[in-house]
Design a protein around this ligand. Structure first.
Ligand code: CP
Ligand code: NVA
Length: 320
C-alpha cells in the first residue's frame, strides 16, 4: 500500500518551545519525548556517545534545594555534548532583586536554554515570556513537570503502557500531584487522588485535568478516602507532606496526614502487582512506611534514574 503524505505522522517539532507545564503539551508530544527518553537510555546503557547539543549551554537556576534535578540536568547536558552552568540565586543578581525580564534578556544572549527551580509559577512564566531561548520548569510551588516525564517513562518500563494503568496518588495535593493529574489526563490514564479535605489539589488544576480527561474518556477522581483511591490501582504514588517552603507546617501536617500514610495495609487494597512510586526525597515513617518504600514493589530509584534520561530527551527536543 502506498502511503499518502497525510498518512505519515511527522515527528512533532518541539524546537525552541518552553516546558513550563504539561498542560502546554499534547499526548503525541509527550509520547514523543518519552520515546526519545527510552532511546537515549538504551544508547547510554550500551555506551554509545550521542552529542547533539555540542557547544550548547544550559543555565540551571535554583532558588530551592535539589539533588536529583540538579545532578540529572548537569550530567544530562554534559552527556549530550553541552555544558550546564549552575546558577544559585544567592550568587546571581536576580537574588538581589534584578528584574526577571532583565535577567531573561541578558541570559538569552549567552545561553541556549534555562532550567529554573523557584517558588512561584509566575516567575517561570515571566522568565519564559522575556527569554528568546527555551525555559524549563524544574519545579515551582504549582508544578513539577520534569518529574512526571520520568515517572511515566518508569510506568512504561514496568507496566508496558500508560493508558491501561490506574494511578493512585495519596497525600498532599501539591506540585507533584498537579503535574501527575495533568499528565495522566493528557495521556488518557485514570488517576485517583486522595488528600485530607483542606489539602486538595488546586481547584483550577482539577478542572483543567477533568476537562482534558473527559475528551480522552479517562477519569480524574479527587477523594478524601485513601482506600477508595487505591482500590485496584496499578501504581501508588506519594510525596512529602510538607514541601519546600512549608517547613514551619511540618508538625501540624504530620497530625493532619496521619491517615494518609502509604503502608502495607493501604497497599493491600491495590492490584497485586502494583508498584510504589515517590519523587523523592522521602520521609520513612511519615508519608510512606519503610517496608513499602524499601520493599520489592518499589520503583523509586528507577524513577530517580529516569530523571536523567527523560530530561535528556526533553533538552534534545527543545534545544537541538
Ligand atoms: N524529585 C526531585 O525533584 O528531587 P530533587 O528535589 O532532589 O531535585
Ligand atoms: N513536593 C515536593 C517535591 C520535591 C521534589 C516539594 O515541592 O518540596
Amino acid at each position: 500500500m502506498e502511503l499518502k503524505a497525510d498518512d505519515i505522522n511527522p515527528e512533532p517539532n518541539l524546537s525552541g518551545r518552553d516546558f513550563l507545564t504539561l498542560a502546554d503539551y499534547g499526548e503525541e508530544e509527550l509520547l514523543y519525548i518519552l520515546e526519545t527518553a527510552h532511546e537515549l537510555k538504551a544508547k547510554q546503557k550500551s555506551g554509545v556517545l550521542y552529542q547533539p547539543l555540542k557547544g550548547k549551554t544550559l543555565g540551571i537556576i535554583f532558588e530551592k534545594a535539589s539533588t536529583r534535578t540538579r545532578v540529572s540536568f548537569e550530567t544530562g547536558i554534559y552527556q549530550l555534548g553541552g555544558m550546564g552552568l549552575f546558577l544559585s540565586s544567592d550568587d546571581i543578581q536576580m537574588g538581589r532583586g534584578e528584574p526577571i525580564p532583565d535577567t531573561a534578556k541578558v541570559l538569552s544572549g549567552y545561553l541556549d536554554g534555562i532550567m529554573i527551580r523557584t517558588f512561584s509559577q509566575e516567575t517561570v512564566e515571566e522568565l519564559a515570556e522575556n527569554a528568546s531561548i527555551p525555559v524549563i520548569n524544574g519545579l515551582t510551588d504549582l508544578y513539577h513537570p520534569c518529574q512526571v516525564l520520568a515517572d511515566f517513562q518508569t510506568i512504561q518500563e514496568v507496566k508496558g503502557n500508560l493508558k491501561n494503568v490506574k494511578l493512585a496518588y495519596i497525600g498532599d495535593g501539591n506540585n507533584v500531584a498537579h503535574s501527575l493529574m495533568l499528565g495522566a489526563a493528557i495521556i488518557g490514564m485514570d488517576i485517583s487522588i486522595a488528600t485530607p479535605a483542606e489539602y486538595q489539589p488546586d481547584y483550577e488544576v482539577i478542572q483543567k485535568a477533568k476537562t482534558i480527561a473527559a475528551k480522552k474518556g479517562s477519569k480524574v477522581e479527587v477523594t478524601e478516602d485513601p482506600v477508595r483511591a487505591v482500590r485496584n490501582a496499578d501504581a501508588l504514588y506519594t510525596d512529602v507532606w510538607a514541601s519546600m517552603g512549608q517547613e514551619q507546617e511540618q508538625k501540624i501536617r504530620e497530625q493532619q496526614f496521619a491517615e494518609f500514610q502509604v503502608n502495607e495495609e493501604l497497599f493491600s487494597h491495590a492490584a497485586k502487582d502494583a508498584i510504589f512510586m515517590h519523587c523523592l526525597p522521602a520521609h520513612r515513617g511519615e508519608e510512606v512506611s519503610a517496608e513499602v518504600i524499601d520493599g520489592k514493589q518499589s520503583v523509586v530509584f528507577q524513577q530517580a534514574e529516569n530523571r536523567l534520561h527523560a530530561q535528556k530527551a526533553l533538552m534534545v527536543a527543545l534545544m537541538a
